[in-house]
Write a protein that binds this ligand. Structure first.
Ligand SMILES: Nc1ncnc2c1ncn2[C@@H]1O[C@H](COP(=O)(O)OP(=O)(O)OP(=O)(O)O)[C@@H](O)[C@H]1O
Length: 350
């Protein structure tokens, strides 16, 4: 089963004589990658995302691969005749979860996004922000292999925006692919594995500046591992820099939005890595020496889950956060057709 997605010579136009919105688009979305799509208004970003999500079909060309896909559309149909919780539980079941697991995941995602108090609220009574949280939750419920986010951060409060960034990092760390459009150029800055610009119907890959270190808040994590071991691959692909500072000791520079995912991966690795210290800092472009305040104390034996103050950046963020845990046997089988049943009312079917 191919969990990646491939577009070959894809074109899309609306109506028989409509002008081509996209033409000759080739794109590989591989597992574990984060892809940003950008472009001026009306160039075809949402059109491309609908094709990736499987709720629209190309006029010409081929799309192959069948990752289990979830999609947050640019416009979410809020006026549905369900409470938030019932809607999400229903969607979870549609995505293949057993009903109790779907209800559990619905509650956990509403909690993570700060909307637990609205679980019993009818969808049509939700605020724009509340409704957007439900839109995001429905896409994250069943740990999709491909997550397609069309301006999904719009309308969320700051805490929910940060939570969605964390969820994106978790998805890619778990081997899922995420494709997103967002009007804010700082969104997940420095994190995408590839950035494409839609212009003139084509897709241009923007080169990633080779030596540039992404700006924004970073965390510096000092870790010690088994003799001669490299940090886990899941960790290495999420960090901005990994430098061996002494035999067996590695200093990781991590975008703050990925820090708890990285810490979790380190602490749950087999054998686990010892987190010696965690420091906050920010990295300006080209500045490879982020400063910061030491959060862990090497002399006291380092940092363990739960050591740090709640709200801080570090292992304290790791342990207590409730990550919807979908047991393997509750995840739909690989041969469920990609997005065969789209989120209710989120778009037309091919
Ligand atoms: N269902 C449709 N029927 C007809 N035309 C459409 C349809 N959907 C999109 N279009 C047209 O296709 C073009 C690209 O639209 P699309 O929404 O994909 O662009 P976009 O880059 O996402 O725009 P924005 O940044 O404003 O969201 C626009 O001219 C739009 O009017």
């Amino acid at each position: 089963m191919n969990k990646g997605l491939r577009l070959e010579g894809v074109g899309r136009r609306y109506g028989l004589r409509g002008s081509w919105i996209l033409r000759g688009v080739d794109l590989d979305v591989t597992p574990g990658t984060l892809v940003r799509v950008e472009g001026a208004n009306g160039t075809g970003k949402s059109t491309l995302l609908r094709l990736l999500a499987g709720i629209d079909a190309p006029t010409e060309g081929r799309i192959t691969g069948r990752p289990r896909t979830a999609y947050v559309p640019e416009r979410f149909p809020a006026a549905l005749p369900f409470t938030a919780s019932d809607y999400l539980t229903h969607l979870g079941a549609v995505h293949g979860l057993a009903r109790p697991a779907a209800a559990r995941a619905a509650g956990q995602w509403l909690e993570r996004l700060g909307a637990a108090a609205h679980a019993g609220t009818p969808m049509e009574e939700l605020s724009k922000g509340g409704s957007q949280k439900v839109a995001v939750a429905q896409a994250l419920l069943a740990a999709p292999e491909l997550l397609v986010l069309d301006e999904a951060w719009t309308g969320l409060d700051a805490a929910a925006r940060a939570e969605l960034e964390r969820a994106v990092a978790e998805r890619t760390a778990a081997g899922g692919a995420v494709v997103f459009v967002d009007h804010d150029p700082r969104r997940l800055a420095g994190s995408p594995d590839a950035t494409y610009t839609v212009a003139g119907g084509a897709l241009d890959r923007r080169p990633r500046p080779a030596a540039a270190t992404p700006g924004g808040p970073h965390v510096v994590v000092e870790v010690q591992g088994p003799p001669d071991a490299e940090p886990p691959a899941d960790v290495v692909r999420l960090v901005t820099a990994a430098d061996e500072t002494a035999p067996g000791t590695v200093r990781l520079t991590v975008p703050a939005s990925r820090s708890d995912v990285v810490l979790r991966a380190l602490l749950t690795a087999h054998p686990p890595w010892h987190v010696v210290s965690v420091a906050q800092g920010s990295v300006e472009s080209g500045d490879k020496e982020p400063g910061g305040v030491e959060r862990g104390d090497p002399a006291s034996g380092g940092v363990e889950p739960g050591d740090l103050a709640p709200g801080g950046v570090g292992p304290a963020d790791v342990a207590p956060r409730s990550v919807p845990d979908v047991p393997r046997d509750e995840v739909p089988p690989d041969d469920v057709p990609r997005n065969d049943v789209p989120p209710l009312g989120t778009g037309s079917r091919r």
